[in-house]
Design a protein around this ligand. Structure first.
Ligand SMILES: NC(=O)c1ccc[n+]([C@@H]2O[C@H](COP(=O)([O-])OP(=O)(O)OC[C@H]3O[C@@H](n4cnc5c(N)ncnc54)[C@H](O)[C@@H]3O)[C@@H](O)[C@H]2O)c1
Length: 350
């Protein structure tokens, strides 16, 4: 009997991580689709995908859905296209795995989620960084640091990385593109408290683009826990990129590196608690199912495995649900609105 199909749509950048990740799983057959025939040709050849599973050109997506009735559609297309493509995929009977951010704004995200669910399909969102620090997530949930009062998010890129195009980034401004990964992690570690208000501001536009650069902000929860943000596309740093989360708890401070350009130094990826290594090593055995952060592809593989498991009716608690992803977009909307008006945005009445 033919295997169920995962149709990966959008192959230029992020889709190139998803194709090999899904291909690792023998429970499914992978098909590919892009408006741009070159992407289909390149990825199809590299991944040795048979002709009948390759679709390119203007009507490619509809044709692929008709021909294959996929179990899962995996979308790595620009964020503004997510709603229409999610709805079309769900209408064709597929569960949806969609790259982050779920939508350009919360209103569109809510409609998207409702539409997919109205077709009785599930929606999951590609927050692969959930798979980087599984041991930290487990330890914090087990009270390793006592109560957590705040999480501080930092993400800096050296000017010019990634190259800026006239249309900006497929994921949107910095707080939605990069910040949404960290906000998702922070809320997971804080235990998803309701948000009370957001406040923040951005600074000058990124050179050659309409996007703003530095974002500084604060998310205050009704539990009195806070998340602070400090991020920039144009930092004056000696390396191309660095990102981290600092978790402040009753029993210490935990520094969790997310990303650094200095991949030759594995020590940079080790979480530290009060300056000491936090009992996890880069050895996958110690991290359990979580993947050593040095190997981002491992995160995509673990995430793809979970998507297929969930689509086949199994349990995949690390996978980001549509509801969790929508909450992140709501918070990003609040932060952006605060930056626009220079006023806090209330989520709950005082
Ligand atoms: N998880 C992450 O860390 C991460 C990293 C980068 C991008 N992303 C997200 O992935 C998504 C895509 O980003 P990207 O950088 O890969 O974008 P991109 O612009 O580099 O590539 C998008 C591809 O989608 C194709 N496409 C567009 N509309 C299509 C349609 N209707 N049917 C078929 N193909 C279509 C384009 O031809 C292009 O090849 C965005 O939502 C972005 O936020 C996530």
């Amino acid at each position: 009997m033919a295997k169920p199909v995962v149709l990966v749509v959008g192959l230029k950048n992020q889709g190139r991580a998803h194709v090999p990740a899904f291909m690792r799983d023998e429970r499914v057959q992978v098909a590919i689709c892009d408006l741009d025939p070159k992407q289909v040709k390149d990825v199809g050849n590299i991944a040795r995908i048979p002709d009948r599973y390759r679709f390119s050109g203007g009507t490619a997506y509809g044709a692929a859905l008709d021909a294959l009735s996929p179990l899962v559609v995996a979308l790595a297309t620009p964020t503004v296209t997510h709603r229409a493509l999610c709805r079309q995929g769900a209408a064709a009977g597929a569960h949806i795995f969609c790259e982050k951010p779920l939508a350009p704004n919360a209103e569109e995200g809510r409609l998207l989620l409702d539409e997919v669910q109205a077709f009785g399909r599930d929606l999951w969102v590609g927050f692969h960084m959930r798979y980087m620090h599984g041991a930290v997530t487990t330890a914090l949930a087990n009270g390793a640091m006592g109560g957590i009062s705040s999480v501080e998010l930092e993400w800096e890129r050296l000017l010019g990385r990634p190259p800026l195009g006239p249309l900006g980034f497929p994921g949107g401004p910095i707080v939605s593109d990069l910040g949404s990964h960290q906000i998702d992690l922070a809320f997971r570690w804080l235990g998803h408290p309701p948000v009370r208000y957001t406040a923040g501001m951005d600074a000058k536009p990124v050179r050659g683009s309409e996007l703003y650069d530095r974002y500084g902000g604060l998310i205050v929860c009704s539990s009195r826990q806070t998340v602070s943000l400090n991020m920039s596309y144009e930092s004056a740093i000696p390396i191309a990129e660095r990102a981290s989360l600092r978790v402040i708890g009753d029993e210490g401070k935990l520094l969790v590196p997310l990303m650094t350009a200095r991949e030759d130094d594995p020590g940079l990826f080790l979480p530290t608690l009060n300056g000491e290594a936090f009992g996890v090593s880069l050895d996958g055995a110690v991290l359990g199912r979580a993947t050593p952060p040095r190997n981002p592809m491992g995160c995509f593989i673990a995430q793809a495995t979970d998507v297929i498991t969930a689509a086949l009716g199994g349990d995949a608690p690390t996978l980001c649900t549509g509801e969790d992803a929508l909450r992140v977009v709501e918070v990003v909307d609040g932060l952006s609105e605060s930056a626009r008006t220079l006023m806090p945005v209330m989520f709950q009445a005082p």
